[in-house]
Each structure stands twice: as C-alpha cells, then as structure tokens.
Design a protein around this ligand. Structure first.
Ligand code: AMP
Length: 284
C-alpha cells in the first residue's frame, strides 16, 4: 500500500493507472476509520482495479464553532486498517496544499444544500462539494463510494456530478450500525457513557417511524409526532430536525406516496449526530 501526500504525485499515479487501462475506485473519508468506512472500502475493492482512499479532514466544511480542530485524527491506525482491506493508495494531503493562500473557488449545489443539515450548518455542503470536486480532479476515479448515512451529502454529490458533467459513477452503501442500532460515526467517540446510552434512542425512534409507515400510515405528521416523542423523552438529546422528505428534492412531504426518507439530526451535549432510513411501499 502506498501513502501519497502530494497532489501532483497522486495525479500522476492516477493518470498512469488509467493509461494502463485500469479502473480506479475511490473512497473519500475524514479518517478515524470504523466499520462504516470499511464497508465502503469493501465495495470499492470489488468495483475497481485500483482502490484509493483519501483521508482528509476538510477545513472548509466545518463552521467556525464546529469541531475541526478536535476532530479525531490518527493516520497511523487508519493506515493499518486500510492495509487490512486491500487499499492500494491512501491519499492524505495537507490542508495547506489543498487550500493554499489565495484559494477562492467554491462549488455550491444551491437548492439541495439549504434544507436539513444546511440550516444549522450553513456553508457545510459548499465545503463538501468543493472538496469532493477537487478530490475527483486529483484521484480521477471511475467510481466513488459514499455512505447512505450522509444522505443529503450523497444527494448533493450526485447532483453536482450531473450538473457539472463529471464522469465518476457514484455508488452508495447502506448505513452500518452498532449492536444497539446507533449509526457508526467518528463523532460517536465524543460521547460519554450516559450520552452514548441515550444515543441509541435515535435508531429506536427511526425504526418506530418505519414500522408505522409499513403498517400503512402515510401521513408524515403522525409518523413525525411519534418519532419526536421517543427522542424528546431523552433529556440529554436536543433535536435539530426530524423530517420526512422527498428523496431527490429533499422537500418536506405531507403524505408519503411511494418512497421518502425519514431523516434526523440531533445534538447530544456538543456532539451532532445524524441518521435516516428510507420509507418505501412494499419494502417491509
Ligand atoms: P466521514 O469520514 O465521516 O466523512 O465519512 C466518509 C464516508 O463514510 C462518507 O461517505 C460517509 O457517508 C460514510 N460513512 C460514515 N459513517 C457510515 C456508516 N455508519 N455507514 C455507512 N457509511 C458511513
């Protein structure tokens, strides 16, 4: 396995790989790898000849009061993990190389970036779209793998690909969860024992919402009220949003006809966590 930190070196590697007729699959991450990331790597491994993973904590997707500085970083442990999962190249550039003095180009997927997480994290998805576009220009992947946990991010990246005629295929992977249902996240490391215990109610609430839908309730107001009640019982949790929205436009729905997404964002102490599930007729 190769560790590449230099942007030009990564570009040359990718150009040479593609010149040899080999395909590149790509898994972008911010490191602190857990089993959610590993499932992306497994998917990437089978989809491409050469598997590249990036580890880059992207400063421009964090707000001024967010956890950029404290975000968990442990490159050596991540490299060992990457090696176990047959990653060919780990690309881990320095922030100063990605955004040198005078950097001024940003990508904004305008409408999709506004609701849900966009409301409490203005600028976040602009940072995400920009770094993903830069990484795609550097790594030149045929295929890139993203997790469905960050479904708004996934929706935005797919839209960016279409709008900018980018040639990378986007593949998504289902949410990987802890034994009690909590979606795996590098930020789960921030939770103390009580907070971690409280966090399990996020998935409990989502599953209850899905059950109601599967039983035939399609009025979002009813489902959302039940989901909200389950989370509000937990004194350690503050709800950012709970919504049922159109899977493509992210617009709130009053009735679910065939398919929608139930999405939640909460804060537990200082830790912001998100989760979601698809509601789909005939899926139960
Ligand atoms: P991150 O390192 O948090 O930026 O995540 C990198 C990639 O891993 C993103 O595509 C995430 O959606 C994905 N990911 C994070 N957590 C999970 C999870 N629990 N299950 C599946 N994918 C995940």
């Amino acid at each position: 396995m190769k560790l590449i930190k230099d942007i030009r070196e990564m570009q040359l590697f990718s150009m040479e790989t593609r010149k040899q007729g080999k395909s590149i699959s790509f898994v972008p991450t911010m490191g602190c790898l857990h089993n959610g990331h590993i499932s992306l790597l497994k998917k990437g491994r089978v989809l491409g000849d050469v598997l590249v993973m990036s580890i880059f904590v992207n400063p421009i997707q964090f707000g001024p009061k967010e956890d950029y500085v404290s975000y968990p970083k442990d490159l050596n442990t991540d490299l060992i993990e990457a090696g176990k999962h047959e990653v060919d190249v780990v690309f881990s550039p320095a922030a100063e190389e990605m955004y040198p003095n005078g950097y001024e180009t940003y990508i904004e997927v305008q409408r999709l970036s506004k609701p849900l997480c966009g409301l409490s994290r203005p600028g976040h998805f602009c940072g995400v779209a920009t770094v993903v576009a830069k990484l795609f220009n550097i790594v030149k992947p045929n295929i890139a793998v993203f997790g469905e946990k960050d479904f708004q991010q996934l929706t935005i990246i797919k839209k960016m690909i279409r709008d900018l005629n980018m040639e990378t295929d986007i593949i998504s992977v289902p949410i990987v969860r802890e034994a009690d249902g909590l979606a795996m996240s590098s930020r789960n490391n921030y939770l103390n024992k009580e907070e971690r215990k409280a966090a399990s109610c996020i998935n409990t609430a989502i599953l209850k919402g899905k059950k109601l839908f599967d039983e035939g309730i399609n009025k979002t107001e009813i489902i959302l009220k039940t989901v909200r009640n389950i989370i509000e019982i937990e004194p350690l949790i503050t709800i950012d949003y709970i919504t049922i929205c159109n899977i493509n436009t992210l617009e709130d729905l009053i009735i679910v006809k065939d398919k929608a997404i139930l999405a939640i964002a909460v804060k537990i102490g200082k830790t912001r966590l998100i989760d979601n599930c698809v509601l789909e007729k005939g899926e139960a």
